[in-house]
Design a protein around this ligand. Structure first.
Ligand SMILES: [Zn+2]
Length: 134
């Protein structure tokens, strides 16, 4: 029986839903699915340069769990780069820090740490927003 998955805390949702290789043709290959906590592990460890202890603390998961998530994420990204797969960022067990919104027009995601009323996108000022649930 698979062990129950821990829920990770994610500081910032990804800015995009995925990546397409240059020269990619739609029926070339199955996309690689990177879930939210795999994305966050890569962001914290490789982009921010945190230690695994620091990153596991921020994500509120154990260090061995983080190590497994990170190794899975790297393997998926390496596979996508090497075999020219699309990367889709979706799914996973994660909660975000504070209330988050997504702009329907520019797809920017922003949060609302002070719980002030949110009326428009801070980037493009569109009023067409939706609330991202935890
Ligand atoms: Zn916008």
């Amino acid at each position: 029986m698979p062990r129950p998955r821990q829920i990770s805390k994610v500081q910032i949702p990804p800015r995009v839903r995925g990546f397409i290789p240059v020269g990619y043709y739609k029926d070339q290959s199955e996309p690689v699915q990177l879930n939210i906590e795999e994305y966050e592990a890569i962001r914290l460890l490789d982009y921010e340069g945190l230690s695994q202890v620091e990153a596991s603390h921020l994500m509120q998961i154990s260090r061995p769990t983080l190590t497994r998530i990170y190794e899975r994420a790297r393997k998926k990204i390496a596979t996508a780069l090497t075999e020219a797969h699309q990367i889709v960022i979706e799914g996973g067990n994660a909660i975000f820090n504070g209330s988050w919104f997504e702009c329907e027009r520019c797809n920017c995601k922003f949060n609302n740490p002070n719980e002030l009323p949110v009326q428009s996108c801070p980037v493009c000022e569109s009023f067409n927003l939706h609330h991202l649930e935890d």
